[in-house]
Design a protein around this ligand. Structure first.
Ligand code: ANZ
Length: 804
C-alpha cells in the first residue's frame, strides 16, 4: 500500500470536525437539501448496506457545496422502537440507556466513513425536545378532526403485547405475522387512536404524479391507496322491506348475477337469515372470527359460505338470487356485500361450482369451462347486448341511477391509520381523559408530556400499555379536576413523519426554532422540498406514505409552504453476500464495515460500493473488487504524489482531462457513480503514460475524486499546496474548445466496400489522403494487378477508389 489510510483518514476527520467544514450555510440562492433515511440505532451497528446509500448522497452533497450551493445534509436517529423495548424486557435494562449507547456506536461508525454530515443538526426522535413537536403536531391533527378514538378490529400481537398497523403485518403462508419478530397476529376489537389518513386518499394519490420517484414505489403507493370507482346497487330482499347494497366495478354484468354474498360480519345478516338457517349461519360467523383478512383473500384457499335462506331480487330482470354469507367478502371494503357473477369473476366461479349455483355468461367467450375476464361484447343482457363493457357500464349506470336503484361510488383500499401502541417506549399522547369521559389536550405550555422515569416496563398482561403501572404519572389533574393520562404511546412511525422538517429547524442538536413561527416558515421556504432522498425500497408504503400525509396536513395548516415533502426519491439496491444471497447472521455472509475500514480504509469502501454497479441494483459483495478499488486509489496516490507536477501545459492531456471533467460532473448529476469512476480510471491511465502532469489538471482531477474518496483527496490537495479544505474549492469546469478532436477517421472504400480506415489530422489534403490510403496494407493487396478507374476524395471523410 502506498499511503496509510489510517493516518490520512484520522487526520482529515479531525480537521473537518475542528473546522466545522460541513456546517450548513445559508448565504446562496442555490440550495440542495440532500437527505438519507435516518437509521434506527439497533444493537447491531451499521452494516455495509448503510454506506451505499449514505455515500451516494454524500457525493452529491460534496459536489453541490463545491458548486456554490447552500447544502443541508443532516443525520439523526429514529430512536424509539420495539427492538430497544424488547431488549430492555429481556435484559432488564432501560431502553433509553440502551438506545443512547447504540447511537454512540453508530455515530462513531458514520464519522469513520467520512460522510459530510452537519452534526450540529443531529436529532433524536426520543429526545423530549423533539417529541414535544411530535406531540404538538398530533394535537393539531386532533383539533382538526384528523385524530379520534375508535373501537376497531385491530391486529393484536400477543407476543409483542401490542396492536400493529396493517402496514406492520406481513402475510406468511396466508397467516398474519408481525413485521418485527415474525410473531402470530390476530384480529381483536379494542379502543384505539386512529389518524384519518383516508381523508387524504385522493391527494396522496394525485400528488404522486408530480414526484420524481421510481415508478415501482409510485405503483406500490397507488395500489396501497387502491382507488376503485364503481356503483352501489340496491337489491330488494324478497318478502321484506330490506334491501342489500352491493359495491361493484362491473355493473355491466348485472344480467349475469346468480346470487348475492354478504360478509359474515355484515350487520344485516342475522336480520335476513331464516330460522332454519340460523344455526349454520351463526356457526359460520363464529368460525370467521379466527380468520385473518389475508387468509380470507387468499385465492389459493377453497371458498366456503352458508346460505341465509333469504333471496334478493335482481332489479333488471326480477330473478330471485339466493343470499349467502362467505368469508371471501370482507366487511370493511365497499359495502361488505357483493353481487356474484360467476361467469366473469374467478372467486364467484369457484363458489358457484362448489354450491351448484347457476353460471350465466353475459360476455362472449370462446369456452364456458372457465370464467372469462376480458373485454368482449355483452350477450344475454337485453338492452346491453352487443355493447362493449365500457359502453354497457355507462348505459346500465344511467339506467339504474335514473330509477334511483344505484349511485356512483368511489372506494379506497386505504384504511385509517391505527395510531396507538400498548408500549412503554414511544411518544406519550398529549391528552387527558377527564372523569366525565371527555378528552382534554394537555396545554401547549406543558408540552412535552414526558415518559415517566420508571424501570418497570413489562407488558401489563391485560393488553394495556406498561404505562398503566406508572400510577403517579397516569393520575393527574386538569383545571383542578381529576384526570387520567392516555397510557398508549405513538407508533414508531410518528417521529419519522416530520424529521426532515426537524433538521431544517435545528439550531443545535435537538434544539429547534418554534415550528409554528414566521422564522420557521422562512426556513421551510428556503429548504423545502427535499431535493434528493435516498433510502430502502422497504419504506414504499409505510414511512413514505405517512410522511406525505403529515406533510399535506401541515401544508393545509400553513406550517409548510410545499404540497409534497420529497421531490426526488431513489432506492439504493441491497448489497448481497459474496454468494449472492441476502446477508444474514445465520448464513454467515455478513460483512462488517468496521473491519473493511480498518483493513482497506473508508475511501476504498466508498469507492468500491459506488463502483460495484448501478446504485439501485442489488449486487453481491466481492473482496476482489474491494482490493481492486484499493489498488486504484494507490495508483491515484502515486500519480499525484510521485509524478512531476508542472506549471507548464504540454497539452497531451487537454482532451482527456476536459472530457473527464464534463463527463464525471454529468454522471454525478445523474447518479451514475460507477461510470463516473470508470471515467476517472481512463484519465488516470492516460495521465500515467505521461512523465509530467500540468498542475491545474492534477488539481481538477483531485477535485473530481473528492466526493468519492474525500480523505485521500484532501491529502493530495494539501500536497498540491493548498491550505483550505478541498470542500471550499470551486468545482472544476471543462473547456469545450479543448474537447474538440483535431483528427478525423477517414473511410477507405474500394468499389463502395469499406476496406480500411485511417486517422488523420483535420484538413489533410486530397493528395495526402490518397497517398496515405494507397499505402494501407489492406488497400495495397486489393489494388494489386488492378486498374484504378476513378478516385473520389472528400476531405475529412472518405476515399473511394473505383477499380477494374
Ligand atoms: C360484480 C363483479 C363482476 C365484480 C365481475 C367483479 C367482476 P376492486 O376493483 O378491488 O374495487 N367486491 C366488492 N366489495 C367486496 C368486498 N367487501 N369483499 C370482496 N369483494 C368485494 O374490486 C371490486 C369488485 O370486488 C366488485 O365488483 C365486487 O365484485 C368485489 F365480473 O361485482 B364485482
Amino acid at each position: 500500500m502506498d499511503f496509510s489510510h489510517k493516518a490520512v483518514e484520522k487526520k482529515w476527520q479531525k480537521f473537518w470536525e475542528q473546522n466545522q467544514t460541513f456546517k450548513t450555510t445559508n448565504n446562496n440562492d442555490k440550495k440542495a437539501y440532500i437527505l438519507d433515511m435516518f437509521p434506527y440505532p439497533s444493537g447491531a451497528g451499521l452494516h455495509v448496506g448503510h454506506p451505499r446509500g449514505y455515500t451516494a448522497t454524500d457525493i452529491i452533497s460534496r459536489m453541490r457545496r463545491m458548486q456554490g450551493y447552500d447544502v443541508l445534509h443532516p443525520i439523526g436517529w429514529d430512536a424509539f422502537g420495539l427492538p430497544a423495548e424488547q431488549y430492555a424486557l429481556k435484559t432488564g435494562n432501560d431502553p433509553r440507556e440502551f438506545t443512547s449507547q447504540n447511537i454512540k456506536v453508530f455515530k462513531k461508525q458514520l464519522q469513520t466513513l467520512g460522510f459530510s454530515f452537519d452534526y450540529n443538526k443531529e436529532i433524536n426522535t426520543s429526545d423530549p425536545n423533539y417529541y414535544k413537536i411530535t406531540q404538538w403536531i398530533f394535537q393539531k391533527m386532533y383539533e382538526n378532526g384528523l385524530a379520534e378514538t375508535r373501537e376497531a378490529d385491530v391486529n393484536w400481537c400477543e407476543e409483542l403485547g401490542t396492536v400493529l398497523a396493517n402496514e406492520e403485518v406481513l402475510n406468511q403462508n396466508g397467516k398474519m405475522v408481525s413485521e418485527v419478530g415474525g410473531f402470530p397476529v390476530i384480529k381483536k376489537p379494542m379502543k384505539q387512536w386512529v389518524l384519518k389518513i383516508t381523508k387524504y386518499a385522493d391527494r396522496l394519490l394525485e400528488g404522486l404524479d408530480k414526484l420524481d420517484w421510481p415508478s415501482s414505489v409510485k405503483e406500490l403507493q397507488k395500489n396501497w391507496i387502491g382507488k376503485s370507482e364503481g356503483l352501489e346497487i340496491k337489491f330488494q330482499v324478497k318478502s321484506s322491506s330490506d334491501h342489500i347494497n352491493v359495491f361493484t366495478t362491473r355493473g355491466d354484468t348485472i344480467f349475469g348475477v346468480s346470487y348475492l354474498v354478504l360478509a359474515p360480519e355484515h350487520n344485516q345478516v342475522l336480520k335476513i337469515t331464516t330460522d332454519q338457517q340460523k344455526k349454520a349461519v351463526e356457526q359460520y360467523i363464529q368460525e370467521t372470527r379466527t380468520k385473518t383478512d389475508i387468509d380470507r383473500q387468499d385465492d389459493s384457499k377453497p371458498k366456503t359460505g352458508v346460505f341465509t335462506g333469504a333471496f334478493g331480487i335482481n332489479p333488471v330482470n326480477q330473478e330471485l338470487l339466493p343470499i349467502y354469507i362467505a368469508d371471501y367478502v370482507l366487511k370493511d371494503y365497499g359495502s361488505g356485500a357483493v353481487m356474484a357473477v360467476p361467469a366473469h369473476d374467478p372467486r364467484d366461479w369457484e363458489f358457484a361450482q362448489k354450491y351448484q349455483l347457476p353460471i350465466k355468461f353475459v360476455q362472449q367467450s370462446k369456452t364456458n369451462d372457465k370464467p372469462f375476464v376480458g373485454e368482449s361484447p355483452l350477450i344475454n343482457s337485453d338492452f346491453l347486448n352487443k355493447l362493449n363493457p365500457k359502453k354497457a357500464l355507462e348505459v346500465i349506470a344511467k339506467h339504474l341511477k335514473d330509477k334511483k336503484i344505484a349511485e356512483s361510488k368511489i372506494n379506497f383500499k386505504l384504511r385509517d391509520w391505527l395510531f396507538s401502541r400498548q408500549r412503554f417506549y414511544g411518544e406519550p399522547f398529549p391528552l387527558l381523559f377527564l372523569e366525565d369521559g371527555s378528552i382534554a389536550l394537555v396545554p401547549e405550555s406543558e408540552l412535552p408530556v414526558q415518559l415517566p422515569k420508571i424501570d418497570y416496563i413489562k407488558p401489563s398482561g391485560t393488553g394495556e400499555s406498561p404505562l398503566v403501572n406508572a400510577k403517579e404519572w397516569v393520575n393527574t389533574t386538569f383545571n383542578g379536576k381529576q384526570a387520567r393520562r392516555e397510557t398508549n404511546t405513538m407508533p414508531q412511525w410518528a417521529g419519522s413523519c416530520w424529521y426532515y422538517l426537524a433538521y431544517i429547524l435545528t439550531t443545535s442538536p435537538n434544539n429547534f426554532v418554534e415550528i409554528n413561527s414566521k422564522e420557521a416558515f422562512e426556513l421551510f421556504r428556503k429548504w423545502l422540498p427535499v431535493d434528493l432522498y435516498i433510502g430502502g425500497q422497504e419504506h414504499a408504503v409505510l414511512h413514505l406514505l405517512y410522511a406525505r400525509f403529515w406533510h399535506q396536513v401541515l401544508f393545509d395548516l400553513k406550517i409548510v409552504p410545499t404540497a409534497e415533502p420529497f421531490q426526488k426519491l431513489l432506492n439504493q439496491g441491497m448489497i448481497l453476500g459474496e454468494n449472492g444471497e441476502k446477508m444474514s447472521k445465520s448464513k454467515g455472509n455478513v460483512i462488517n464495515p468496521d473491519e473493511i475500514v480498518d483493513s482497506h480504509g473508508a475511501d476504498t469502501l466508498r469507492v468500491y460500493e459506488m463502483f460495484m454497479g448501478p446504485i439501485d441494483a442489488a449486487l453481491p459483495w466481492s473482496f476482489k473488487g474491494l482490493d481492486g478499488s484499493r489498488k486504484w486509489l494507490d495508483r491515484v496516490y502515486r500519480l499525484i504524489a510521485k509524478k512531476t507536477i508542472n506549471a507548464k501545459n504540454n497539452k497531451n492531456l487537454d482532451f482527456i482531462y476536459n472530457e473527464t471533467v464534463a463527463k464525471v460532473s454529468q454522471m454525478i448529476e445523474d447518479m451514475k457513480y460507477n461510470t463516473a469512476i470508470s471515467q476517472m480510471m481512463v484519465f488516470v491511465n492516460a495521465a500515467n503514460k505521461e512523465d509530467e502532469i500540468y498542475k491545474p489538471y492534477a488539481e481538477g482531477f483531485v477535485q473530481l475524486l473528492s466526493p468519492f474518496a474525500p480523505h485521500l483527496a484532501e491529502e493530495l490537495w494539501e500536497l498540491l499546496g493548498h491550505k483550505e479544505s478541498i470542500s471550499s474549492s470551486k468545482w472544476p469546469q471543462s473547456d469545450a474548445t479543448k474537447m474538440q478532436k483535431n483528427t478525423s477517421i477517414i473511410a477507405i472504400q474500394i468499389n463502395g466496400k469499406l476496406r480500411a480506415t485511417i486517422e488523420v489530422e483535420l484538413g489533410t489534403s486530397e493528395q495526402e489522403l490518397l497517398k496515405k490510403a494507397k499505402s494501407e496494407e489492406n488497400i495495397v493487396s486489393h489494388l494489386k494487378d488492378k486498374q484504378i478507374l476513378k478516385e473520389i476524395v472528400v476531405v475529412d471523410k472518405i476515399v473511394n477508389l473505383v477499380i477494374k
